[in-house]
Design a protein around this ligand. Structure first.
Ligand SMILES: *Cc1c(COP(=O)(O)O)cnc(C)c1O
Length: 372
């Protein structure tokens, strides 16, 4: 049995600051103060991302569900997204009775390929869902241009892209709306949680009503829902933790970037690619990922078991959604099918130290040596 301490693939960075806010919310955040931290968190988040509206939610999935419902996505509609994705991006589409259209991803960004998006548009296309995978940015200008030409909104799933910046604009601030997640594995956390953001006043009003069980702002009758809505609210105690995290967001992103840079220095000469950072952009590097070159003999399962023997968590790359039992197979999505077989995520919590990073890179290097 390996005696080295376990290296978790991720864990949150919680300090006295978050603890003191949570304690304050638990002790005092009731009655007329029951929304104080929620409103403060929403204001801080708006300022951080650079948007005019934000609604804190109980999860990233809930933020996506609310926003898509606000856009009127429903039965008979199609929403285009990349085949390689976590199920949370696709599930709300299905819940609304619409169809996820899974297109192949780009080999370098691992995100939507604009050429393939445009080819997938039909008269039923209701939205394009741009997911910034592992912190990597989608080709958002090309996608927004396609959206404009076809009259289709582009949604940003920025759950993994805190700290990612596209030519001066933050991920999540550029589309019809953005959704973020504060699950315990994400760059900033509230335990469970998420947020919906937008610059569109009308969409904001619609989603605010939906998020409040269909009760419109300004409705004077008590308990009077005008439509069937949702209940995806963040609690004040969670928001209190989030306020502490947001005060530290630059430090937390810097931690992620430090870990990634250390991996890249150690692994850069091996036959593998890591998260790209095209010029003019910043990658928040939520999850440092190694994609081994095709034909180099990489064996994912044996690398993962070498990690396990050394008490290190490894994580498989997301499966193509089209390989899951509830979706139609997409054998033409060659990039997605190949990528997911050749890639793993590396441990990346904010304060992973140099010794820990070296334990990881030693194994990856040894494996790549064998693979070659
Ligand atoms: C984590 C994540 C979500 C879902 O967030 P939850 O808070 O877990 O509901 C959605 N999309 C992406 C890309 C994610 O990584």
């Amino acid at each position: 049995m390996n005696q080295n301490p376990r290296i978790h693939y991720t864990k949150p960075s919680i300090t006295e600051l978050e603890v003191s806010y949570a304690v304050d919310a638990a002790a005092n955040g009731w009655g007329e103060h029951c929304y104080d931290y929620i409103h403060r968190f929403e204001r801080m988040f708006r300022e951080h991302i650079g948007v005019t509206h934000a609604i804190a939610t109980s999860s990233g999935t809930g933020a996506l569900h609310l926003g898509m419902a606000g856009l009127g996505i429903g039965p008979g509609d199609e929403v285009i997204l990349g085949d390689i994705n976590w199920i949370a991006s696709a599930a709300p589409i299905v819940h609304l009775g619409a169809t996820p259209v899974l297109v192949d991803v780009d080999a370098v960004s691992w995100c939507l390929d604009p050429v393939k998006v445009e080819r997938a548009i039909t008269p039923n296309t209701k939205a394009i869902l741009a997911v910034h995978l592992y912190g990597n940015l989608c080709e958002i200008d090309a996608l927004l241009d396609i959206g404009r030409r076809h009259g289709i909104p582009v949604i940003e799933d920025a759950a993994e892209a805190i700290g990612s910046i596209w030519h001066g604009r933050r991920a999540g601030s550029m589309g019809a709306f953005g959704a973020f997640s504060f699950h315990g594995t994400k760059t900033i956390t509230t335990g469970e949680g998420g947020i919906f953001v937008t610059n569109d006043d009308a969409l904001y009003e619609k989603v605010l009503t939906l998020s409040n069980h269909g009760r419109a702002k300004g409705e004077t009758r008590q308990f009077w829902p005008a439509v069937i809505g949702f209940k995806y609210k963040m609690s004040n105690i969670q928001a209190a933790i989030g306020c502490g995290q947001l005060e530290r967001v630059h430090e937390l992103v810097a931690g992620k970037r430090r870990v990634f840079e250390a991996y890249r220095r150690a692994l850069g000469s091996l036959p593998l690619a890591m998260n790209p950072e095209p010029s003019g952009t910043t990658n928040g590097y939520w999850m440092p990922t190694a994609v081994f070159d095709p034909g180099c003999g990489f064996d994912r399962d044996s690398l993962l078991s070498e990690f396990r023997e050394e008490n290190i968590d490894g994580r498989v790359f997301f499966w193509p959604l089209s390989t899951l039992p509830m979706f139609e197979p997409r054998p033409e999505n060659l990039v997605s099918l190949s990528l997911s077989q050749r890639a793993i995520n590396l441990p990346s919590y904010h304060d992973l130290d140099q010794g820990g990073i070296e334990r990881v890179t030693r194994i990856v290097s040894r494996h790549a040596g064998v693979a070659r």
